[in-house]
Design a binder for this molecule. Structure first.
Ligand SMILES: [Ca+2]
Ligand SMILES: [Ca+2]
Length: 315
């Protein structure tokens, strides 16, 4: 009896400690992570997430779809080439029909993804380049919260110093289906962090997104334009508040912990889903979704992790 009790106590502790862990596919532009990408990945791993790194240009479209389906979240870094995740200029975003959430801070893929219109540096782009729109041509360390009530605002309001050094930020002139959470400029003209929630109409007014599509403010180097951001993005350029905004976007993008069947509520159906897969391999089908505490087993610890989250809902 004492042994059973101690197992339950340990399980409760583990269930609480690891219930937030998730599987994240990180897309970058090099064969191995470089620069800021290394920092973002290490940071996500320090939070308990399992991160796999991929270079989408070599993975190809079908592999990108498979990766999205095998993970809780896809993060697309500014280090990719903007056309690495679509069928080409003016083409289709490979992850268009995927229910998995996508976060991107590569503004130059927003057009193919139908998050914005098609005009470079008008509908989408980055600040602090010589051809950036009027009002956001200058380097800045600050972005402005447009919707403090949103989870991605991380509880912040007004001006937020998101960088440790003045840098560029992404913007996307999103459609009415999107919620704008932060803007580059104080007047609120240039959305920097935004989301098309699951089920929202994308900018074409026709396409419905089957999963969350999030543009994040984090910018990139200016390729010699004037004024020129201080070189390629470094993880150290992101301030503590900037990192809090990154974390808030990741947490908002992820399925809520314990929501095995991804219906936005943790309830008896999720417990039943785990019961039916106890002892099975997490490598089979979508069994990994039942491994709530991310320890590569489906067992009582996952049931406890779900029980601890019963009745929680998505925002
Ligand atoms: Ca559920
Ligand atoms: Ca488990």
């Amino acid at each position: 009896m004492r042994r059973v009790l101690s197992v339950v106590v340990v399980a409760l502790v583990l269930g609480l400690a690891f219930a937030e862990a998730a599987r994240i596919a990180f897309f970058g532009g090099y064969a191995e992570p470089q620069g800021a990408d290394t920092g973002f990945i290490a940071h996500l791993e320090s939070l308990g997430h399992t991160v796999t790194y991929h270079m989408p240009v070599s993975a190809g479209g079908e592999a990108q779809v498979d990766l999205a389906n095998a993970n809780d979240l896809v993060i697309i870094s500014e280090s990719i080439g903007s056309l690495n995740v679509s069928s080409g200029a003016g083409g289709t975003f490979h992850l268009q029909d995927i229910a998995t959430s996508v976060i991107s801070f590569e503004a130059f893929m927003y057009d193919e993804a139908l998050w914005t219109g098609w005009n470079n540096m008008v509908d989408f782009g980055t600040s602090a380049r010589s051809n950036s729109p009027a009002g956001i041509e200058s380097l800045s360390d600050t972005i402005y919260i447009a919707d403090p009530s949103h989870q991605m605002a991380a509880g912040k309001t007004g001006a937020v110093v998101a960088y440790t050094t003045p840098y560029s930020a992404c913007f996307g002139m999103v459609g009415s289906g999107a919620t704008v959470v932060a803007t580059i400029d104080e007047a609120g003209q240039y959305p920097a962090t935004f989301v098309y929630p699951k089920g929202a109409l994308l900018v074409d007014g026709v396409t419905v997104t089957p999963g969350k599509r999030i543009g994040l403010f984090i910018g990139q180097g200016g390729y010699g334009s004037i004024p020129d951001p201080p070189g390629e993005l470094q993880f150290s350029y992101i301030s503590d508040d900037g990192l809090a905004l990154f974390d808030a976007a990741v947490n908002y993008a992820l399925p809520i912990p314990g929501d095995v069947n991804r219906d936005c509520i943790v309830n008896i159906l999720d417990l039943i889903s785990i019961r039916g897969r106890m002892g099975q391999s997490v490598d089979s089908g979508d069994n990994w979704k039942a491994d709530v505490n991310n320890d590569s087993k489906i067992n009582i610890l996952d049931l406890i992790a779900v029980r601890n989250k019963l009745n929680t809902r998505c925002q």
